[in-house]
Design a binder for this molecule. Sequence first.
Ligand code: SF4
Length: 404
Amino acid sequence: MMMKKAELLAPAGDLARAKTAIRYGADAVYLGGRSFSLRSRASNFSMEDIKEVCAFAKEYGCAVHVTVNMIPHDEDFEGLKEYLIALQEYGVKAIICASAAIMKICRECAPKLEIHCSTQMSVTNSEGAALMHDVFGADRVVLARECTMEEVKKITAVSKAETEAFIHGGMCVNYSGRCTLSNRMTLRDANRGGCAQSCRWQYHLYDGSEEITDDPLFTAGSRDLFAADQIYDLMAAGVSSLKIEGRMKTEYYIASIVSAYRRLIDEIAENDGPLSEERMAYHRKEILRGENRETWSGFYEEKAEENSLIYHPNSDANVNHDFLGTVVSYDPISQTAVIETRNPFSVNEEFEILSPRKENRIMKVTWIRNEEGEYLERSKTPMAHLTVPAPFEMKKEDIVRRAG
Ligand code: SF4
């Protein structure tokens, strides 16, 4: 019997990125509305957008989860019931929340919505998971990123609620967002959606009163989680959902990371067991093509020691220039495609075309023509519309990146 696939849950910072994640293979997307959500600054979803993404997701058999994960004070509840009722009507599957009060209100006024207990509730043990299910009515518990693999296995084995685990993306250097650094430095409340990422700022570092001058400026941000090597164990443990973090990330990041994890999860399920080192090397490389920060495997196998931090800004600025553009149109008669450019490329370079739910395809760029009909040796201008040969069919919004 084929191994049960876990859900691939992807972030969506806005409507375009939600559609990208869905088209590139997510089983579910999570997003925040303009109220009641952490990362409210990353939440560009109006009520109309949420309705639209639900309709779009339905076509693909994809679920929509909405974060209602602020830590509310008394004055924060106004309009909550109406909001939850509207989400239920639009066909949202679940809300992700970090407050027992919001869970209770949701159960009363929008009982068809599943309740997913946010990672902000820091569930790190079986008793905690049981409490969330039995007392607060949670259908799913998003486990704290601070759990080890052994803990994930133990909790999942006994939990009546489904479990969800993070597999990729940003980590908080504090304890899953339980942090007041941003509040103190900027008066922006991290627990009400205002985190200014103060841990990633650049600081002068002192040893006592003496500045350490032979170092570049210091940051305290965490490396990103990269748990490709843990996917088999998480699936074998029965974890229901594998979550990618990153509602602030670009469409290119979403397309490349989601499609790479889609293929990894499918292959593990089909193989019904762990993959060979050769196949894992392929998947690791594919996933990391979209990543631009240093990574580590999180708390699954290790403690948060030196290898979990990004100490210097340069190590955080490994900017990825592989994203060359998106396909605007394809003409099967002339076998050409128009590309809207992002990063520069030259004649004789190889493109890798990422199409939703397809193997990536490689082609050589033998010529480049601009909108004035002139032939170029090199594309230098971002957002230009350039025509290139297209030896196979491409679709609007396919991603073009440098082959590598
Ligand atoms: S400032 Fe850094 S550690 Fe604090 S909540 Fe924001 S991301 Fe997390």
